[in-house]
Write a protein that binds this ligand. Structure first.
Ligand SMILES: NC(=O)c1ccc[n+]([C@@H]2O[C@H](COP(=O)([O-])OP(=O)(O)OC[C@H]3O[C@@H](n4cnc5c(N)ncnc54)[C@H](OP(=O)(O)O)[C@@H]3O)[C@@H](O)[C@H]2O)c1
Length: 291
């Protein structure tokens, strides 16, 4: 008989995310155990509890979800959790701090409905943030080209270095761009066939004039849900809304797919006891959903 599915929710914030808890329940989890204020200093004992309670054939029915508002803290936590496992004594783990992985995967998959990721030329606005970094990484891993845009060249360059260290052969296809003048941004938009606005909430990164002048653009995706829009003229509810030769997506337009991906990734954790779901694995879950 199969043991009940237990999801252990580790949150790096002082209160566990109710959003992540509801999605867990909606994904078929039978018991949700929640721990807040979890960090790499206090997580080891909690992980031992997950590792040593069930036999090898039942370990796949226990899984760990890492959330919280700070993506860097979540990454450190996942590294410590993985370090704590040994041999086959492990459970599956998913990282989705601040929704960064599921959001990036949903954005990239929305674009993939209309452009070939293996050859696409993407501009990632707000590319230094957790979502933008993942969007850039996912596209590079698929073979596409990325201009990663920031207000600050040093930040953009440092982010590109970090991504290059994670993606073999990505450096020739990734360029750091500073958006210090409208003409520089317009120049980098000239060749783009897809743009992702991954800037902070409530900040407009691309104006209507530059958008309209970007003649190669087939898809524009704005992940900012807080007015004003990240890409001027895109509605938050847009979902493949045709404007000229371009299809537009707003944050809520991408959100339905994000929710499906989140639920499917939680369910997939219970298939085996040794899976790690970071952005790439979550994208793969989404690709399966779209087949
Ligand atoms: N639907 C969802 O479930 C969901 C989940 C997660 C995130 N999101 C949305 O996705 C977007 C990206 O999220 P994130 O957490 O990666 O964003 P973030 O870290 O808050 O910001 C991303 C980048 O935006 C730039 N930025 C910050 N303030 C700015 C300003 N005043 N003017 C211009 N640029 C500014 C910064 O880049 P530089 O300083 O390098 O220029 C920053 O690295 C946000 O709009 C967020 O709300 C949605």
């Amino acid at each position: 008989m199969s043991a009940p599915k237990i999801l252990i929710q580790f949150d790096t914030d002082k209160s566990c995310s109710t959003f992540d808890a509801v999605v867990a329940v909606d994904s078929g989890v039978q018991h949700l155990l929640q721990y807040s204020n979890v960090n790499s200093e206090n997580v080891v004992g909690l992980v031992h509890g997950a590792m040593f309670t069930r036999g090898p054939d039942q370990l796949k029915n226990t899984a760990i979800f890492v959330g919280g508002s700070n993506v860097a803290d979540g990454e450190k936590l996942v590294a410590k959790i993985r370090e704590t496992f040994f041999g086959p004594v492990r459970v599956s783990v998913m990282l989705d701090s601040n929704g960064a992985n599921t959001t990036a995967a949903a954005a990239v998959l929305s674009a993939a409905k209309h452009v070939d990721l293996a050859t696409c030329r993407a501009v990632v606005l707000g590319g230094t943030g957790p979502v933008g970094q993942r969007v850039a990484r996912l596209i590079l891993r698929q073979g596409g080209y990325v201009n990663l845009v920031s207000r600050n060249l040093e930040r953009a360059t440092a982010t590109c270095w970090a991504i290059n260290s994670q993606v073999e052969g990505g450096s020739e296809r990734l360029q750091a761009i500073v958006s210090d003048s409208p003409s520089r941004l317009a120049a980098c938009m000239q060749d783009a066939n897809v743009v992702f606005a991954c800037g902070a909430a409530g900040v407009t990164l691309l104006d209507e004039e530059t958008l309209a002048a970007s003649e190669q653009l087939l898809v524009a995706i704005d992940l900012n849900a807080v007015p004003p829009a990240g890409i001027a003229g895109i509605g938050v509810m847009d979902k493949a809304v045709q404007r000229g030769s371009r299809l537009d997506y707003g944050a809520i337009g991408v959100g339905g797919l994000k929710m499906k991906i989140h639920r499917a990734a939680i369910a997939a954790m219970f298939e085996k006891n040794d899976r790690v779901f970071d952005a790439e694995e979550i994208l793969a879950v989404g690709l399966e959903l779209l087949k």
